[in-house]
Design a protein around this ligand. Structure first.
Ligand code: ADP
Length: 640
């Protein structure tokens, strides 16, 4: 028997090239094959089965041979196989896959090839059976089938158009794609994919398709009704039935485009609103001004390109920038309290100079999206006038408060300082009234002198109040006269001596170029008040017998030439931390408690110096002494 000579479909199989072999040799060969091999006659009786075949059916080769196939595979198996058996006996090579149940834990699948054995005249004398266990492949295929089914379901259910093409030609698409273009599947299949596009877009589309990468690009596709639909296309390569193909997912973005247009229209409307607003407004992105309305341009002064591109920080006073940046951060983080009061500068610049105009503004910021990116829209109001009136109000309030404080300080000072001289007057006058006859003439004189000194002290205090009151009310008039400096100072010194401070060595020095005849334009009354107060204090706050110096000198300063009058003592000094408050009315240093005083003297000096267009400075060291220096404008009589 020549087994292989008539094998149809055995294209380049080794069988063709095999030399005829003996049947025994063949049996030997077939028995060692793992695959199942058998031969059946036209009656479907087994003529030959290899070991694997017998094993598969839990029998032996000898038991199989001569049996009808039905006896081997059972009734159910035969019902399935019979049609194939008929076909193979009609001359067809047949292939089928079937499930076999051989009490195995899970289903097994076999692939059966039935190959007819025909003689040269075409007569069929039997058929070969080749069986493979294809359980694994079957399972894999089933899995693929299921996932394909799922994909198919997804493809059909989606609103996105899906189109498959291979070598540039469409071979499948879903319903959504047909609906999108208003075209039937029949029209689409077989059509070049690039023909989905308008002529002018085809080269571009072909390039994209050719790339085969997962690219996403916008496009416009013609609809069957002649309109154009705006889409976004994402293409990629896929395997379809084991072959490479391309799939494109097409999303209709016409609606999005319409929305964008509407947005743009609303942006334009918004812009025209902002343009015509009285409020200044500008819009910044990445801290640069993208747009400023006319009001903002007016506020910040003329600027090329309407402030466009200007660093937004440069609109803000350098001292307020850190604060503005912090508020900006808070705004981005979602803070809803977006009001900020800062100083704006014009023209915008990194640094300010004397020409910079400073405006107080109130800002409101909000984050908006502009042309697809977030930015900060800022509205600002000029509040300079408001701030100024607020400032005035604050000052008026402070003044009122100061006045209140002043009254309190005056009452406490007066009740303290008047008590001593009043008590002196009372006791001395009672003494004189009740014991006049019994007093010696010296005792009487002493009592009267005490009364006079107390009255003088009260008089001095009243003078201070009046002087201070006049100055505080601003009614002091600066009336300079031609004055010979040295005689004037000597006269003042004499007055203080005659008042009470006779126990100090007070010396007047003139530093060149000053000399005995130096004449200057000075207000004699103000000068008197200043120098008297300073000499009195120097004597009052230093031990008897110590040195007090009055030094007159000339100095060149930024304000021009100045007359300096320094009063220096070797007294108790003033605590460092109290120096700044020394010129406040009623202020007395903590180490002056035991020495009578009103706390008005230096306040008067300070105001008089300022009325003179000058100032007063103090330097002091506790326990070492103090030095007060008046700096007054040097005005010579002939140049006045
Ligand atoms: P008073 O009437 O208290 O002297 P002033 O206004 O003249 O008021 O001085 C204010 C305070 O300054 C004084 O109470 C004192 O504490 C301090 N003071 C002024 N001059 C001197 C000085 N030469 N030496 C030390 N302390 C002084």
């Amino acid at each position: 028997m020549r087994l292989f000579q008539t094998l149809p479909n055995a294209s380049d199989s080794a069988a063709r090239r095999m030399l005829p072999v003996s049947l025994e040799q063949l049996h030997l060969l077939l028995d060692h094959l793992k695959g199942i091999v058998g031969y059946f006659d036209t009656e479907n009786r087994c003529i030959y089965a290899n070991h694997a075949y017998a094993n598969a059916y839990h029998t032996t080769v000898n038991l199989m041979v001569g049996k009808h196939i039905r006896e081997i595979i059972g009734d159910a198996g035969w019902a399935f196989v019979e049609p194939y058996a008929e076909r193979v006996l009609a001359g067809d090579a047949v292939r089928y896959v079937r499930e076999i149940d051989q009490n195995l834990p899970s289903a097994h699948w076999i692939e059966v090839h039935l190959v007819p054995n025909a003689l040269e005249d075409g007569r069929i004398i039997g058929n070969f059976v080749f069986i493979d266990d294809v359980t694994e492949q079957h399972r894999a295929q089933q899995a693929i089938g299921e996932s394909e089914e799922r994909t198919q379901r997804f493809i059909e259910a989606g609103t996105e158009g899906i189109v498959f093409y291979r070598n540039g030609t469409i071979f499948d698409c879903n319903d959504a794609f047909q609906n999108m273009l208003g075209k039937h599947r029949e029209e689409l299949i077989g059509m070049p994919a690039s023909h989905l596009f308008q002529k002018q877009d085809r080269p571009f589309a072909e390039k994209h398709m050719h790339l085969g990468r997962e690219t996403r690009y916008p496009a416009q596709l013609p609809h069957a009704d002649g309109s154009l639909i705006t889409v976004e296309i994402a293409g990629r390569s896929v395997q379809v039935n084991g072959q490479m193909a391309s799939v494109a997912v097409v999303r209709d973005t016409t609606q999005i485009a319409t929305m964008n247009e509407a947005l743009l229209r609303s942006q334009n409307r918004y812009r025209s609103l902002v343009d015509n607003s009285d409020q200044s407004a500008f819009f910044t992105q990445d801290r640069k001004i993208i747009y400023a309305n006319p009001a903002a341009q007016k506020l910040f002064g003329p600027h090329e390109d309407g402030l466009r591109g200007v660093e937004s920080l440069y609109l803000i006073h350098p001292e307020d920038r850190a604060y503005a940046l912090m508020r900006r951060k808070q705004l981005i983080a979602g803070d809803t309290n977006t009001e900020v009061q800062i100083r704006a500068i014009s023209p915008p610049a990194e640094h300010i100079n004397e020409d910079t105009r400073i405006t107080w503004v109130r800002l409101f910021g909000s984050i908006i999206e502009w042309e697809g990116r977030p930015g900060v829209l800022i509205f600002l109001t000029n509040i300079t006038a408001l701030r100024e009136s607020e400032d005035k109000m604050r000052k008026a309030l402070a003044q009122e408060k100061e006045l209140g404080d002043l009254k309190t300080r005056f009452v406490s000072m007066a009740s303290h300082e008047f008590r001593t001289p009043l008590a002196t007057i009372q006791t001395s006058s009672e003494l004189l009234q009740h014991y006049n006859e019994r007093l010696s003439p010296e005792e009487r004189t002493d009592a009267l002198s005490d009364i006079q000194r107390a009255v003088q002290r009260m008089q001095a205090m009243m003078d201070s109040f009046l002087a201070f009151g006049r100055m505080d009310a601003g009614s002091t008039v600066f009336a300079p006269r031609n004055i010979a400096l040295l005689p004037c100072l000597q006269g003042l010194l004499h007055e203080t001596r005659s008042a009470q401070y006779r126990r100090h060595a007070v010396t007047i020095y003139l530093e060149p170029p000053l000399h005995a005849q130096t004449h200057l334009m000075l207000d004699e009354i103000l000068l008197g008040q200043m120098v008297m107060n300073l000499i009195t204090n120097a004597c009052k706050y230093s031990a008897q017998g110590t040195q007090v110096s009055v030094i007159a000198a000339q100095q060149d300063s930024q304000q021009g030439k100045q007359l300096l009058i320094t009063v220096r003592d070797e007294g108790i000094g003033i605590p460092d931390n109290e120096l700044p408050r020394l010129f406040e009315s009623f202020y007395r240093a903590s180490n002056a408690n035991t020495i009578p005083g009103t706390g008005l003297g230096l306040a008067i000096v300070d105001r008089a110096a300022r009325a003179h267009g000058g100032s007063v400075q103090v330097r002091s060291q506790i326990g070492q002494g103090s030095q007060f220096t008046l700096a007054l404008p040097w005005i010579e009589p002939d140049t006045a």
